[in-house]
Every structure is written in C-alpha cells, then in structure tokens.
Design a protein around this ligand. Structure first.
Ligand code: FES
Length: 112
C-alpha cells in the first residue's frame, strides 16, 4: 500500500481506506478460492446462517479465516445480487443460489 500510495501520489490513509472499504479487495493474502456467503436480509430470512454453519463444518474455519492449506478463504458479504434465489454465495466469481446444506459439499468439491 505504501508503494501504491507513492506511485499514485495519494496518501497512505486514502489507499488503506479504499483497500478496506471494498469487500472484494483484501489487505491479507487470500486462499486459492474465496467463499463469500451473503448475510443481507433476504438471505438471512432464507436461513443463510445454516449455510454458513455448513460451510464452517465442511472446511473447518470461521468467516474471516483461511484454511491452513490455503485452499479456501471464507468471508461473509453483503448482497451479491441474487436475492430472488436466496440464500446465495459466491466462490471466486461463480454465483451459487438456492443453497441448501446438501448442496454445499458438492459445490465445494468443484474447487481445487
Ligand atoms: S440479499 Fe443475499 S443475494 Fe441479495
């Protein structure tokens, strides 16, 4: 961020503010696959908490963490634009909708 601030002639605090505002940017190294489960109201009402707990059980980490092998990072996100098919999540740039606990294991197997 220091180098970026210098090259863009911006303050470090402006670069930091940008890097931490957008959920698709990160200030920490991420896993090869980033899981983002929507936690906004429509997905919440369609029981996204069960999906979150299922993912936690499948990959053994909590939101905000990365698996020790670097395969997955896990994050909670605000609306990803698939509210009509809630609950929804993204893995990298793939959107998965109408999630059920039964679907989670099969979806995660798609990612190496
Ligand atoms: S509220 Fe979850 S995708 Fe929009």
């Amino acid at each position: 961020m220091i180098e970026l601030a210098k090259s863009l002639d911006m303050s470090l605090s402006d670069v930091y503010g940008m890097a931490t505002f957008y959920s698709f940017l990160s200030t920490k190294p991420q896993g090869r696959n980033v899981i983002r489960i929507c936690k906004s109201i429509p997905c919440f009402l369609k029981n996204c908490q069960t999906i979150i707990e299922t993912v936690e059980g499948e990959i053994g980490i909590k939101p905000g963490e990365t698996t020790p092998d670097g395969k997955f990072s896990f994050q909670l996100a605000n609306c990803i634009g698939a509210c009509d098919k809630a609950p929804a999540m993204m893995v990298n740039y793939d959107v998965h909708v109408d999630l059920t606990p039964e679907k989670i294991s099969q979806i995660l197997k798609e990612y190496k």
